[in-house]
Design a protein around this ligand. Structure first.
Ligand SMILES: [Zn+2]
Ligand SMILES: [Zn+2]
Length: 142
């Protein structure tokens, strides 16, 4: 079992101590439905290992990060999400919700309301892209 925290809600979900709708899971990754969906489809991809947020990812987490990103394709195919209408991203501290890293996958973006569009605004101070986190991880290696 991956390193986890006793009282973290997402760690509890991963351990099946809290109810959730799991879309996908393997040894490293769990994907659940967001309980407060911003569109028809809204999922959270979590590493089973407790990592606080996108900013605390370390270079040694690179493989795990790639698995998180690859899971977007797995669930998109499984649920027939249109990539053009799908938004992904991470909260950026201090604008976290739950302090367990999660990648939001929202689709279709056309059905998001103004509030949700603001909350999950691409490349804002509070919500960043996969590429942004990836490039940052890459820079850490230097
Ligand atoms: Zn956790
Ligand atoms: Zn969130």
């Amino acid at each position: 079992m991956a390193e986890q925290e006793t009282n973290c809600i997402f760690c509890k979900i991963i351990r099946n101590e809290e109810p959730s709708e799991k879309i996908y899971e393997d040894d490293d990754i769990t994907c659940i439905k967001d309980i407060n969906p911003a569109s028809t489809h809204h999922y959270l991809i979590l590493p089973n290992k407790h990592i606080r947020n996108a900013k605390t990812l370390k270079p040694e987490d690179s493989d795990l990060f790639d698995k998180i990103v690859a899971t977007v394709d797995i669930i998109s195919e499984k649920l027939d999400l249109n990539p053009v209408s799908t938004r992904t991203g991470f909260h950026w501290p201090p604008f976290n919700t739950v302090n367990h890293l999660h990648l939001h996958v929202i689709s279709p973006i056309e059905k998001m309301n103004v509030m949700k569009n603001m909350m999950f605004k691409p490349n804002s101070y509070w919500f960043v892209s996969i590429d942004y986190v990836k490039s940052r991880l890459g820079n850490c290696k230097l």
